[in-house]
Design a protein around this ligand. Structure first.
Ligand code: G3P
Length: 248
């Protein structure tokens, strides 16, 4: 039985004090909610504040990105060691916005996923196709290629710790959500490819859906057998709306 994971990607929103205000309001709304895992991904400047406030609660916190090296001359980057020292437990890797704006390649994503695992961080590997790719019938090829690139040499014995976030790029921040049927069908495709890379453990790997998830559509998405959680952007910025999604 895969425990669902409901995650908030705050992207480049919220100062530390705004993040703290969110957490103070959010924690009572989800107190005692242990059916699912809940993880917040604040910006790096708010991460310590959030981690310190959620410590000992049913909510965890992670980073939106990281470098793969332990340390080095990489101006502006954050290492896995820095994140684990802070108390982060999860990390987003390969978000489409990083692929689009930050020159995030499959090769780098692969190094980061393996670095996360070796440091005990849970990687949420983000994959997803563009609208023209879906419309031209290339969705499966795109996802297969992103998975193959990201998972080359991935240690199979740690596969159960891996989380995939399927985020169709055309559904991110657009208000267009994949229907539950389209999302479920695509998650099955992703799981089949995971099985090719990693074997039967693919059945234990959680595949989250992301892209315009909101309180109004979370239940129908999360009821699908292969949708094991949600990675939420815009609708995660308000405590009541993110709590409603978590309580689908
Ligand atoms: O990582 C979450 C994301 O990209 C989806 O954003 O605003 O469409 O929920 P949004």
């Amino acid at each position: 039985m895969r425990k669902k994971l409901i995650a908030a990607n705050w992207k480049m929103y919220k100062t530390p004090s705004e993040a703290l205000t969110f957490v103070e309001a959010f924690l009572p709304l989800v107190a005692g909610h242990t059916r699912d895992e809940i993880v917040l991904f604040p910006s790096i400047t708010s991460l310590a504040t959030v981690i310190n406030r959620v410590r000992g609660t049913n909510v965890a916190a992670g980073a939106q990105s990281m470098h793969w090296a332990n340390e080095g001359a990489y101006t502006g980057h954050t290492s896995p060691v820095m994140l684990t020292t802070l108390g982060a437990t999860h990390v987003l890797i390969g978000h489409s916005e990083n692929r689009q704006y930050d020159n995030e390649t499959d090769e780098r994503i692969n190094l980061k996923v393996k670095a996360a695992i070796s440091h005990g961080l849970i990687p949420l590997l983000c994959i997803g196709e563009q609208l023209d790719e879906r419309e031209s019938g290339k969705t499966e090829d795109v996802l297969a290629s992103q998975l193959a690139g990201a998972l080359a040499g991935f240690p199979k014995e740690h596969a159960d710790k891996l989380v995939i976030a399927y985020e169709p790029v055309w559904a991110i921040g657009t208000g267009l959500t994949a229907t539950p049927e389209i999302a479920e069908e695509t998650h099955v495709i992703v799981r089949n490819h995971m099985a090719q890379h990693l074997g039967d453990v693919a059945n234990d790997i959680r595949i989250l859906y992301g892209g315009s998830v909101k309180p109004e559509n979370s239940k129908s998405l999360l009821e699908q057998p292969n949708i094991d959680g949600a990675l939420v952007g815009g609708a995660s910025l308000k405590p009541d709306s993110f709590a409603a999604i978590a309580q689908y």
